[in-house]
Design a binder for this molecule. Structure first.
Ligand SMILES: [Zn+2]
Length: 463
């Protein structure tokens, strides 16, 4: 398939950060072959199918580096609670009831949300395994919707005393043998959907789990992702057990490396930021979730100034409550401006870098995705900034970060395939996906006993 996208404003995210006015992109099958001025490119590709992108902006597909898609079924059930109550009273009991059909319905819905709001690569941190075949159900949804991604097979191997429901605790050898089987099955060179490893967080695993994870990831060249320093509890637990913060402990046991995607890092400071830099650990920043659960303010500007790769993510839809990366762009900028009382501390352009090229780096795919350059995969988002909330437009990147609401993507390509066209999903029926996820969400809430939160009292108190 040969396509020529013409007359667009192309935000390339190449190393010069070129933005082309009246730009064109020539695609052949799954790859970008050439990028340049429309006038200069048109005569060279007479046999290409033309897509006129006049009045459109094209960006590289965004990379959402952290979510738990099963939580799509839990939207709105955990609002306005402290984390322990959120987990022990709602997310945990729901997770223990999951069956493959729930995970499939939830992940299909989450992938559609992602595509519709301009994400072409997702990292799903799938830690809940009360029974088998749940990761497979998420992978099936990724494959059907056409999104790119890494489904990280997660595990908790201890933590009952801290409120982890018993059915979620797995013996490490069982979890890793399952993960190993999935990696061997799916991680073929160039595969659009791959499998990674996800030890949940420091207080829910032991050193044996971490050592075995490190060895398996190195042997099979799989991505590792782990929650780091999300809350003061995590830090205290690590101090009690190991006499040092979680990141320092992970350095000491030889766990860290460029293939580690550390999620949150809210309480990383000073020496921790040096450790991230030294071991080329990548960071996934989740501003909406950190505010929703009141986890705190990650020192992202400090990490950026030290040269740490920081990507952007929505986190699970039980703490967000959606998978809209365009919303996250704005939160990702505003959280640091407000916290530092300094509007210059982070820019719209940097936030978009975090969501594209830096996201690609965070998952080890910077040679394949994250920018619009010859040789890269054709993962593209064509935006029409034509709604009342974003117009008038002066600077497209500013409009996208600060004014857009999420339905600006008009057409989305992954691997050169059109997965959404004229705001309609091509790969799956959006109506059917929503119907199925609502049904699965209602059933799951009944089984988990969380349907009582639907009938919660009106709470307008001021403490
Ligand atoms: Zn998470």
């Amino acid at each position: 398939m040969k396509r020529l996208l013409t007359h667009a404003t192309v935000v390339t995210m190449n190393s010069n950060r070129d933005v082309l006015e009246d730009g064109a992109i020539y695609l052949q099958d799954d790859r970008i072959v050439a990028v340049g001025a429309t006038e200069a490119m048109l005569p060279h590709y007479p046999d290409a199918e033309l897509m006129d992108c006049r009045d459109r902006v094209i960006i590289p597909g965004m990379v959402n580096t952290h979510t738990h898609l099963f939580q799509t079924l839990l939207k709105g059930l955990g609002d306005d609670r402290v984390l322990k109550d959120w987990f022990c009273g709602m997310t945990g009991p729901s997770a223990t009831q999951l069956v493959p059909e729930d995970c499939y319905a939830a992940a299909r819905h989450g992938c559609v949300e992602a595509i519709k709001s301009g994400t072409t690569t997702l990292v799903d941190f799938m830690y809940a395994h009360p029974r088998g075949q749940l990761t497979e159900a998420v992978i099936k949804a990724f494959r059907e919707t056409g999104i790119r991604g890494i489904v990280a097979r997660g595990y908790l191997t201890l933590g009952e005393e801290f409120g982890v429901p018993k059915p979620l605790i797995e013996p490490i050898d069982k979890a890793l043998s399952d993960a190993c089987h999935l990696i061997e099955q799916y991680n073929q060179p160039g595969a659009r959907v791959q499998v990674g490893l996800a030890p949940c967080m420091i207080w829910s695993v032991d050193q044996d789990t971490l050592d075995k994870t490190r060895r398996l990831a190195s042997d099979l060249k799989a991505l590792i992702t782990i929650h780091i320093s999300e809350t003061p509890f995590e830090l205290e637990n690590s101090m009690q057990r190991f006499g040092m913060p979680d990141l320092q402990y992970l350095q000491q046991i030889g766990f860290l490396g460029p293939d580690v995607l550390a999620v949150h890092c809210v309480y990383c400071e000073g020496q921790d930021i040096d450790i991230l830099k030294r071991h080329q650990v990548k960071v996934s920043h989740n501003p909406c979730s950190n505010m929703y659960l009141a986890s705190g303010f990650a020192p992202i500007p400090e990490m950026l100034s030290q040269g740490v790769t920081v990507s952007l993510a929505c986190d699970g839809p039980a703490s967000n409550n959606n998978s809209n990366m365009i919303h996250t762009l704005k939160f990702g900028a505003l959280i640091h401006k407000g916290y530092h009382r300094d509007p210059t501390i982070i820019t719209a352009e940097k936030v978009l870098e975090m969501a594209t090229i830096d996201g690609a780096r965070a998952v080890g795919l910077e040679h394949e995705i994250g920018s619009i350059e010859p040789g890269k995969k054709a993962d593209l988002v064509i935006l029409k900034l034509d709604n009342v909330f974003v117009t008038p437009v002066h600077a497209p990147v500013s409009s996208l970060v600060y004014s857009a609401l999420g339905n600006e993507p008009e057409t989305v390509l992954v691997d050169g395939q059109i997965v959404m066209k004229n705001r309609q999903m091509v790969t799956v029926s959006e109506e059917e996906v929503m119907r199925e996820s609502q049904k699965a969400a209602d059933d799951l809430a009944k089984r988990a006993g969380t349907d009582r939160f639907k009938r919660r009292p009106w709470r307008s108190y001021v403490p």
